[in-house]
Design a protein around this ligand. Structure first.
Ligand SMILES: [Fe+2]
Ligand SMILES: [Fe+2]
Length: 281
């Protein structure tokens, strides 16, 4: 089974970000995938989200397509009159309408491989050891004039650590639901599952914002189940392909094209779409 991963398309960021969709679709076709995974952060704009998934639907890809939302996808504004949880449900509907399966709703099994998913969240367990900000200071999501935009645009019920724990428990429950029916499990999250994947800069305000990258508990749920062989994620805008104990942690983001990549877009996307094959009996 050949699986391909990408995340963080951020199609609203620049013209080049918007232009990648047909190029990405061509790269997916050329890769002859069985499963394509999109690990969140497409765009906060629902109308654009709908159009972009529509482009994938029109392409008639033969692979199965899995999605988990990113924090940018669940941003809401005052006019929208909905919470982030309600927006998650709308996103799931749009996914289903376009042949993407929202893994955060429930797990899926293909042959003997289980796929589980969650957006994940952050609880400040990735706070840098170098600084001693309080939990309240992290909850402010603002330092030295810079703001973590979730502060303005995310409406969850509960504190960040409650939200984070809720998603960890949902993931854990998904794993329990399918573990007796599969030979292995691949987990997809948006937020970062392992602290070891985070690059600290030893500089403020940068390291303050690392607290909003994910949670230790998210990775622990994956490490606790021996069937979990891969965790695919997004949110950070540099690629990761790293072994963490028994788990392969892979991040394959596009990120913001504020600076044009040194190679052409086609080559950049072919290289960034990270594919791996798992052996099956
Ligand atoms: Fe992102
Ligand atoms: Fe993100």
């Amino acid at each position: 089974m050949k699986i391909g991963l990408i995340s963080d398309l951020h199609t609203d960021a620049t013209e080049a970000n918007r232009a990648i969709i047909p190029i990405l679709i061509d790269a997916i076709k050329a890769s002859e995938l069985d499963v394509f995974v999109l690990a969140g952060d497409i765009t906060p704009k629902l109308t654009d989200f709908y159009k972009i998934l529509g482009e994938f639907a029109k392409a008639n890809l033969t692979c199965r397509k899995f999605f988990v939302p990113g924090n940018h996808d669940i941003w809401v504004n005052e006019e929208a009159n909905m919470t982030s949880a309600q927006k998650c449900l709308v996103i799931s509907e749009i996914c289903r309408d376009h042949g993407f399966y929202p893994l955060n709703e429930s797990p899926q099994i293909i042959d003997d491989v289980g796929f589980c998913g969650t957006i994940g969240w952050y609880d400040y367990t990735y706070a840098s050891d170098k600084y001693d900000f309080t939990q309240e200071q992290y909850a402010e999501k603002e330092l030295m004039g810079a703001v973590w935009s979730d502060k303005r645009y995310v409406i969850w019920s509960g504190t960040d650590s409650e939200v984070s724990q809720r998603f960890e428990e949902e993931l854990s429950q998904q794993i329990v639901t399918i573990k007796n029916e599969v030979e292995r499990i691949i987990v997809v999250t948006h937020h970062v599952p392992f602290r070891a994947c985070i690059r600290y800069r030893n500089e403020l305000p940068w390291d303050y914002f690392r607290a909003f990258y994910g949670s230790v508990g998210l990775g622990d749920v994956c490490l606790q189940e021996p069937l979990v062989s891969h965790v695919l994620f997004g949110h950070i805008h540099y690629p990761v392909n790293q072994q963490i104990e028994n788990v392969r942690a892979i991040c394959a983001p596009i990120g913001y094209f504020h600076e044009q990549p040194s190679e052409d877009l086609e080559t950049f996307i072919q290289n960034r779409l990270t594919c791996f094959t798992i052996a099956q009996d």
